[in-house]
Design a protein around this ligand. Structure first.
Ligand code: ADP
Ligand code: MG
Length: 554
């Protein structure tokens, strides 16, 4: 038998481990959730691989997760009969971090010492390492499904680990056994009552049954039954059940803002359970970020990266389960399948309807939703032609009259001046900067509302756009402001907008002097206090869009 080899952790792993142990002390229970979730993932992976290779299951067809407690040895063991890991997979999975979330995770922990750290672990996909919050040493014995050899990975989390073959007598027949040698101050994780409480609280809806065995106790106790929550009738599911399930599937630790659970029947049959999170996922603006809706076929997990949501709803978490796809469906088949597009359309509609209902029924909750996800939802106005109007109607804006609140486009249109055919906007980087813009003077003086747009997506959708209620969108930094048609309430006699001879002379002078820098100089109604401002030409891009394109190097 070959001896175990020693490996040094990758630099990022070492840093992460150090951080786990020293910064995230406050909520150590999460390590158990992470180990259980990995065990459940391993069972789901096996079920999926077994579709093509049924022999992998041998005569052990029911997935299970077993927790064993040994108070005397101060050990907690988490064992699954899932897919298992080969030598290379152990090194890849437990010694390397090739995941994009890790850096972001560490930066966030370092920036925020006070600590929501432990709650972030699951979201960032760095779960396994959390067991070093409670462990002096961790041994992972694993047998890949279908393989003969068993590998043992072992580490004290201090910089290196060993991997080697093992001929341990009681090796797992298939899957992974993780033995956590607990620190002195973590022995509570060998107590039946704590473990039972933690599992029910954190992992109650894991789709694989969890059993607990006490070293000294007699009978194994079943802690959870592994039934899929989404297959149960809505009436039998409590808000708490939904919240627990949401936390498991999202890795977030807040309350969902919206829960959408329905069964579609008819041409295509499927069940969907989806959540709008209560706070922003950390990677919402990551350009590579795909939706996070899991696809199940008859309760077998198939894939997590199918496009089941339009991009502008990429913060939604959840799953769909359908009997209308074959179990051995390939990725290409999924993408091309009419079932997929039906599901995508169905869930999208339900989510948007739920958001609309929230807007009607609970202002405060809706505004919170909008502050979290508005900038993403507005991408839909640009991308989803069919639902453009619906999304515009949902959108809320800061405007020159909104104060600390928000205005909808309907609010805006309801209060337009007679003959006002445009919805005026001013786009820029910050609200304060916009509010101070001289461009607004003439509009303010005439009581004309202007939308103040600060998200970068705004410059895109307004350009593509759209009309709302028969009105077009118009940047106030562009072209003539046509303000002459709207009377100023306090218009002084004689100060009307005909251009005096002095002004004409000044314009001629300015045109001459600035000949190379500007295309024209005009008298304008848009200012009341400031003397001059820059505007963009009538055709083409407005000022903010020009800046965006410039900074993108165009
Ligand atoms: P994540 O679960 O987000 O991938 P983790 O740090 O929790 O991140 O786990 C790292 C990897 O280690 C997993 O992706 C998986 O490949 C492997 N792994 C961990 N635990 C198990 C297990 N019980 N069975 C099989 N593979 C596992
Ligand atoms: Mg994990």
């Amino acid at each position: 038998q070959n001896p175990a080899e020693n490996h040094v952790f990758e630099a990022d792993v070492a840093r992460l481990l150090h951080m786990m142990v020293h910064s995230l002390y406050s909520d150590r229970d999460v390590f158990l959730r992470e180990l259980i979730s990995n065990a459940a993932d391993a069972c789901e992976k096996l079920r999926f691989e077994a579709i093509a290779t049924p022999t992998l299951l041998a005569d052990d067809t029911d997935s299970r997760i077993t927790l064993s407690l040994d108070e005397e040895k101060r050990q907690l063991v988490v064992e699954d009969n899932g897919i298992g890991m080969s030598r290379d997979e152990l090194i890849e999975g437990l010694g390397t971090i090739a995941r994009s979330g890790t850096r972001a995770f560490m930066e966030r922990i370092e920036a925020n010492k006070a600590g929501d750290g432990a709650q972030l672990i699951g979201q960032f996909g760095v779960g396994f390492y959390s067991c070093f919050m409670v462990a002096e040493r961790v041994d992972v014995a694993s047998r890949r499904a279908g393989a003969d050899e068993v590998w043992l990975w072992s580490s004290d989390g201090k910089g290196s680990y060993s991997v080697g073959p093992t001929d341990m007598a009681d090796a797992p027949a298939r899957g992974t056994r993780i033995t956590v040698h607990l620190m002195e101050d973590a022995k509570t994780y060998t107590s039946r009552w704590s473990v039972e409480r933690i599992v029910k609280e954190q992992s109650g809806h894991v789709p694989v049954p969890i059993t607990m065995v006490e070293k000294r106790g007699a009978e194994p106790i079943q802690l959870t039954d592994g039934t899929a929550l989404w297959t149960r009738s809505k009436n039998d599911i409590s808000t708490e059940d939904y919240t627990d399930f949401y936390r498991g599937i999202s890795g977030q630790y807040d309350e969902p803002a919206l829960t959408v659970h329905f069964k579609a029947e008819g041409r295509h049959e499927y069940t969907a359970l989806a959540f709008v999170p209560g706070s922003q996922p950390f990677d919402m603006f990551d350009p590579d970020r795909k939706g996070r809706i899991k696809l199940y076929v008859r309760r077998v997990f198939i894939t997590g990266d199918t496009e089941l949501m339009p991009r502008y709803l990429r913060f939604v978490r959840g799953l769909v389960d359908t009997p209308d796809l074959p179990l051995n469906v390939s990725r290409e088949m999924i993408q091309a399948s009419p079932v997929l597009s039906a599901m995508r359309k169905g869930i999208t509609t339900r989510i948007i309807t739920a958001i609309e209902k929230l807007a009607e029924s609970d202002q405060d909750a809706f505004i919170k939703f909008w502050e979290n996800f508005g900038p993403v939802v507005k991408e839909g106005i640009y991308e989803d032609f069919e639902r453009r109007l619906q999304l515009m109607a949902l959108s809320r804006f800061r405007t020159t009259v909104s104060n600390d609140g928000y205005r909808s486009l309907s609010d805006y249109v309801k209060d337009t001046k007679p003959d006002q055919s445009a919805i005026y906007y001013l786009a820029g980087n910050s609200l304060d900067q916009l509010k101070a813009s001289p461009q607004l003077e003439g509009f303010r003086a005439r009581g004309i509302e202007v939308l103040l747009l600060t998200d970068s997506i705004d410059s895109f959708w307004v350009m593509n756009a759209p009309e709302f209620d028969g009105k077009t969108f118009k940047s106030i930094t562009q072209g003539a402001a046509d303000l002459a048609q709207f009377a100023k309430p306090d218009e002084e006699a004689g100060m009307k907008s005909e251009t005096s001879a002095d002004v004409q002379r000044f314009i001629a002078f300015a045109r001459n002097t600035l000949a190379d820098q500007v295309s024209d100089v005009r008298a304008s109604d848009r200012l009341t206090e400031s003397a001059v401002c820059l505007v963009a030409p009538e055709e083409g891009y407005d000022r903010q869009m020009e800046k965006i394109l410039q900074s993108a190097g165009r």
